[in-house]
Design a protein. Structure first.
Length: 126
């Protein structure tokens, strides 16, 4: 898979997750934070905010992909956001369900690594 297709696939996953959280925040956030936490209104509000962030980052990723300067920077910003999600999960892992924390670390950490890698590759292509 070439760099641009991989970046679009990563953005599509980000947009899909963001949309799912907007539509059903409790159901999706429970997989990250546990059912008890996900029922709280404050958690749903935070989830929707993160969902909007992810949808915005996905749109920015796709729209700037062909810009040799901005495209890699947007992908790096996405990687930073994913890395922050992974770090936040790591720091609070004792208050999260173990399986959920491990899954989030894998997904967010993997997305951060993939985004950074794709940003670097994209910058070198142009």
């Amino acid at each position: 898979m070439d760099t641009r297709r991989a970046a679009v696939a990563l953005a599509a996953g980000r947009a899909a997750l963001g949309t799912a959280v907007l539509v059903a925040p409790e159901a999706v956030m429970s997989r990250w934070l546990g059912a008890e936490n996900a029922r709280k209104g404050a958690v749903k509000a935070l989830g929707r905010g993160l969902a909007a962030r992810d949808i915005g980052l996905a749109l920015a990723s796709v729209q700037t992909l062909d810009d040799p300067v901005i495209g890699p920077r947007v992908l790096l910003a996405c990687a930073f956001a994913d890395g922050a999600d992974a770090l936040a999960t790591l720091l609070e892992r004792d208050s999260l369900p173990p399986v959920a924390a491990a899954g989030t670390l894998a997904i967010a950490g993997g997305a951060a690594a993939a985004g950074a890698y794709l940003a670097r590759r994209l910058a070198r292509e142009d």
